[in-house]
Design a binder for this molecule. Structure first.
Ligand code: NAP
Length: 316
């Protein structure tokens, strides 16, 4: 792969960067000042045959246009909502992602957020640290997670892993997606509103595209209701964030556990003072084990491309 020119669009993983540097000809986009990126791309356009983006830093049509030698986009993420797939298809550029290896971590986090939100684990931790246990006595009562009805939007790899986990907590599993699956113990609902109305905890686990942007809107949140908890481990724009903040303030939505936000890393400050929400900074797949496995998949796809072998995880 020594001759393969690879553009890394942002720093994302030290091991991946080190291996790309060792095995290929690596270009780091962030080393060029933001206002001179076009110049940087023009200068290296003939050499760059591969681009490695990741969730927040994608590959748009302008970048694809600027890179006439581009052959493959190998994303360091399973979600490829920030890759212009139509532009890639039009140019015959191949696209790969990193499915499966991150499924368990993201599902673990979804369950962790649900338990943390209902049992107020971060708030209880802050209570102890602030010395309030000693000065004020017992912490407030919270709400049980075991046995709650869990609704999943998108019963794919991550959605199914969430379902499997919450079954162990005796939670009935409901789901919505475009295709009804034959699952003996999971109940299908034909719309997100009906799913929300029949769930105590609603988990977003579908891909982001023009059909799923704001799939959780005001109507869905009101169907979930004043005792319902929304868990988003999908993408921020799945949820109408302004409507969510308003519903949480008015008590029309009970609580939320959020890994992703509409305009990361900007999080609505109105959420900071709420003790019915748990906020984490897009860390669904952020474990040493998973990020190394994701890096190996990116490298494996690039190697397969250069060797003319079938790609490991091809999307386009
Ligand atoms: P997947 O296996 O492809 O599953 C996606 C599921 O969503 C499928 O069951 C699909 O079923 C459903 N779906 C697709 N379009 C839909 C629509 N319009 N309405 C409702 N459901 C729809 O994907 P995955 O590996 O589980 O990943 C899911 C998403 O999680 C990724 O795309 C990514 O955005 C997000 N993610 C987040 C993190 C994080 O760090 N927070 C990490 C990894 C992934 P149908 O086709 O039948 O509709």
């Amino acid at each position: 792969m020594e001759s393969l020119g690879v553009l890394l669009v942002a720093p994302m993983n030290a091991y991946l960067e080190q291996e790309l540097d060792r095995r290929c000809r690596l270009f780091r986009l962030w080393e060029s000042p933001a206002d001179r990126r076009d110049e940087f791309l023009r200068a290296h356009a003939a050499s760059i045959r591969a681009v490695v983006p990741y969730a927040p830093h994608g590959v748009d049509a302008a970048m694809i246009d600027a890179l006439p030698s581009l052959e493959i986009v190998s994303s360091f993420s399973v979600g490829i909502d920030r890759v212009d797939l139509a532009a890639c298809r039009a140019r015959g550029i191949r696209v790969t992602n990193t499915p499966d290896v991150l499924t368990d971590d993201v599902a673990d986090l979804a369950v962790g957020l649900a338990i943390a939100a209902l049992r107020k684990i971060p708030q209880a931790d802050r209570y102890v640290r602030a010395g309030l246990w000693k000065s004020k006595g017992d912490f407030t009562l919270t709400t049980r997670f075991s046995g709650k009805r869990v609704g999943i939007i998108g019963l794919g790899r991550i959605g199914l892993a969430v379902a499997k986990r919450v079954e162990a907590f005796d939670c009935p599993v409901n789901y919505y997606q475009r295709t009804k699956q034959e699952h003996p113990s999971y109940t299908y609902y034909p719309s997100v509103v009906e799913l929300a109305a029949s769930s105590d905890v609603l988990v977003v686990a579908c891909p982001l595209n023009e059909h799923t942007r704001h799939i959780v809107n005001r109507e869905v949140m009101e169907a979930l209701g004043p005792k319902g908890v929304l868990i988003n481990i999908g993408r921020g724009p799945h949820v109408d964030e302004a409507a969510m903040v308003a519903a949480l303030i008015d008590g029309r939505l009970g609580g939320a556990g959020l890994d992703v936000f509409e305009d990361e890393p900007n999080v609505p400050e109105a959420l900071f003072g709420m003790d019915n929400v748990v906020l984490v900074p897009h860390v669904g797949s952020a474990t040493h084990e998973t990020r190394t496995a994701m890096a190996d998949l990116v490298l494996g796809n690039l190697e397969a491309h250069v060797a003319g072998k079938p790609l490991l995880t091809q999307v386009v």
